[in-house]
Design a protein around this ligand. Structure first.
Ligand code: MG
Ligand code: ZN
Length: 222
């Protein structure tokens, strides 16, 4: 007897892609630039989002989607800055998908947003596989994680438009080889922009802000 093979994951990803396309055209209609921020837990996604709100709030209207397995801790911090935010909790889950994104979009004031920052679940694996409808993907890696991650989690780095090296203020305490890391990223993804930042001290964030403003501007002109 022939063994039956069910290719469920492919179907899930196919349906997810279609939903992601719908989300993106909805965002396009509202001229919203959506940025999917991915990293492992503790790399600094929430700190990056808080810094970005503070740095850009006079130049762009920002909205945030927070993805977490549990709690509203991160959404509370965003809310305190007076920015519209939706918390998505995924008990037992490990990534956001396009259906969750659609749900969040249904609950955000899309008319009042230029830049939508999406904090994905802290995980270097499957968030890279699930499109949400975002325009840009950002991979945040912090120095304590080590410079070997592009070799271990290549998809995440291959799919990223921007790679942010965070916690650069710790460089003198750690054995992190920046040139080797950059070379590994460029080997996988020659077009990736790489910025060195510290969400704690603010170092390097201006480059990240300019990159975002540039793309927000393009969104408005198109
Ligand atoms: Mg967080
Ligand atoms: Zn997952």
């Amino acid at each position: 007897m022939k063994i039956k093979v069910l290719t469920i994951s492919e179907d899930i990803l196919g349906a997810n892609k279609e939903k992601a396309r719908q989300n993106q055209s909805r965002l396009d209609k509202h001229n919203i630039l959506a940025v999917n921020v991915m990293s492992s837990p503790g790399a600094g996604k929430t700190s990056l989002i808080l810094q970005t709100i503070s740095g850009l709030k006079k130049k762009a209207r920002i909205g945030v989607i927070e993805g977490d397995v549990a709690s509203t801790l991160d959404a509370n911090k965003v809310h305190e800055l007076g920015v519209p935010v939706i918390q998505i909790n995924i008990p037992g889950g490990c990534h956001l998908d396009a259906n969750m994104m659609e749900n969040a979009l249904n609950n955000l004031p899309l008319e009042d947003i230029d830049l939508l920052l999406i904090e994905n679940v802290g995980n270097l694996i499957c968030p890279a596989e699930f499109a949400l409808g975002e325009h840009k993907r950002v991979m945040l890696l912090s120095l304590p994680e080590g410079d070997d991650k592009p070799y271990k989690y290549p998809l995440m780095f291959t799919e990223a438009d921007v790679v942010l090296i965070n916690k650069i203020d710790l460089l003198s305490y750690l054995e992190f080889n920046i040139p080797a890391f950059r070379e590994a990223v460029i080997g996988l993804n020659p077009k990736a922009k790489i910025f060195q930042v510290s969400c704690k001290t603010g170092e390097g964030l201006e480059d990240w802000f300019s990159w975002l403003l540039d793309d927000i501007g393009k969104m408005k002109r198109e």
